[in-house]
Design a protein around this ligand. Sequence first.
Ligand code: OGA
Ligand code: MN
Length: 321
Amino acid sequence: MESVTVASAEVLEESRANQESVEDAPVEIIPLGPGFAAEIRGVTLADVAADDAVYAAVRAAFEDHSVLLFRGQEVSGEGQLAFSRRFGPPETTKVGSLGTGTNFVILTTIGDDGKVVPEDHRYAMRNKANQLWHTDSSFKAVPALTSVLSARTIPDHGGETEFASTRLAFERLDPALHKKFENSFAWHHYGHSRAKVAEGLATPEELDALPPQCWRLVWRNPVNGRGALYIASHTYAIEGMERPAGEQLIEELTAAATAPGTTYEHKWKSGDVIMWDNRATMHRGRPWPGNEPRYMVRTTISATAADGVETMRPPKLQAAE
Ligand code: OGA
Ligand code: MN
């Protein structure tokens, strides 16, 4: 009897200690957007990388708010990667992207000669493709949990990044559609989004490396149980629907998810770092004058079973694995 009492007192003590360390973490959360997105104050990326309690608090904010902004950061590639790694395994950048083979994606319009590239240059066209509403890596065999983007060179005009909550979009739908969409599956292909910008923008090498992927239309967050539409400019078909009807549904869902007044548009300042939940948001870059340089660095973290990725696979594929 006595040992039971002692054990439970210890357990109580330990859980109190854990709670206190999380509560003591000086993480301030300031809401930014219409029902999602928040600025995190009081901690740096390095604090998150170094401290379990700070990570736990920021992770909880990420699950709740879907988009997190950190301002005034002194970011290095290594610092950004150490922060990102807290959230899971980093992606290795695919063939055809600047940064291939590393954990960094470089989004830039600055060419090798240090000058801004012309508007028909591949770098500039890549930025155009990012200006379509999308979620990152839905075209990969392992989709992304989060992307972390840091601004290194910001144009004087435009070049914002705009976010939409596909979680709130799902929740705005007629509840009668929830079950239907939750049991629907959609096909995603890198070539589909690139072809919208220019024929041949995706190279044969990229297309070879990135065969179409099929994912459930709703990603349910395992932490809070909230569902989100999982769609992107990469989505080209709905399983079991005629192609035109599927395309129309994808277009309608995208339009509803990104309706005016429902998005958060971020105007970048030097030192800003933003992370977003690719399971629960879409984003797009906004245009800027072609003669102004822009240089951004992204790290991307793969989704794992703990993030619900296994629930996204169609049943047949699940059985085959
Ligand atoms: C990205 C992206 C948009 C932008 O980094 O994944 O889509 O504004 N960026 O650069
Ligand atoms: Mn993107």
